[in-house]
Design a protein around this ligand. Sequence first.
Ligand SMILES: [Mg+2]
Length: 420
Amino acid sequence: VYALVDCNSYYVSCERVFDPRLRGRPVVVLSNNDGCVVAASREAKDAGIRMGTPLFQIRELLRRRGVAVRSSNYTLYGDLSGRVMSVLAGFGADMEVYSIDEAFLHWPRGAEPDRPAALGRLIRRRVLRWTGVPVSVGIASTKTLAKVAAHHAKRASAGVRCLLDDGAVDSALRDLPVGEVWGIGGRLARRLARVGIRTAGQLRDADTRRVRSLLTVTGQRTALELRGFSCLPLELAAPDARSIVRSRSFGRPVTAERDLAEAVSLHASRACEKLRAAGLLAGGLRVFIQTNPFRTDQRQYARQACIELDPPTDDTAEVLGLARAALGRIYRDGCVYKKAGVMLEGLCRRGSRPGSLFASGDRERSRRLMATIDAVNARWGSESLAYAACGVERTWRMRRGHRTPCYTTRWDELPEVRCG
Ligand SMILES: [Mg+2]
């Protein structure tokens, strides 16, 4: 038996945990630099607000409908997600964290819960009580059906939906547009519509060879999953990343090389931290800068520089030096820059490389220094130890005019409670 646990309107729910005034009210969360809507509460969607809409187009609508606006606070969302996942880990099932706000749980044959619906309600109650985040739970015999169940659970009053008998599965699939099925989406849905397959039920009942010729073996697996044959096992360990990218738009136009250098250094430094946390080394470094493509009145410029890292490394100081030199090669005076970033590529496991013939004591010193910096920052908070190249004032940073405090990850932003 599989369960999909999905947080409801996740970013909005995180904002509501610490600001109860937002409950029951329409709320939207904006993308970086407060550009467009990336999350909307049910009330906001009912007011006609669509995801992806630029803020300037709906200012008037937001004001008229009394919609609360928040900047995205990914530190808060990431931390609460970790808490939700650790509550879910306590239910004695195998678990796949599928995204920031979704996880699959799996109980193998013979170890299934006796009363799945009651278990679903318990999961929902416990996550809400322990983290403040409301979730929907879909329970079924395959991952694809569990996704369908969670979709219906959003509208069920108890927030739980079980699709474990044929009648329940039939009625859940009958009117579900096929594009809503996990792994199908708009493009494949149009291809299916041409042969008269419009609902999830029709896809399930279609001839499997026909489905295979239309959608390849991946689509055939989806159809089998809808019939209750489990073809997609849990992915317990995420595969190693092939590259790590860090980039952001600036909060204000940037022209000075010095500001670009700080931004590139900060991105490189964060990318190296991520690299070491994953136990990887990078064999290549790419630095990129660009102007704002929407400002057609300004001179357009975009360049990147690639550098081979041989031998592969995870040393921040080394990467910072090379990134700074690369920036010097591509920087052009007189442009107004909008974005800068860094990519680490050619990643390999730290232990998988044979030791270099010329490995020296320097390597060992670097390894110990990086381990010490990471340990200090883990203990005392991110950037307790940082490279000066990353800048201090960082006036180029993103605009986040409506950001809520990092309630759960910064001592100076803890929520305060007063009784009077
Ligand atoms: Mg969700």
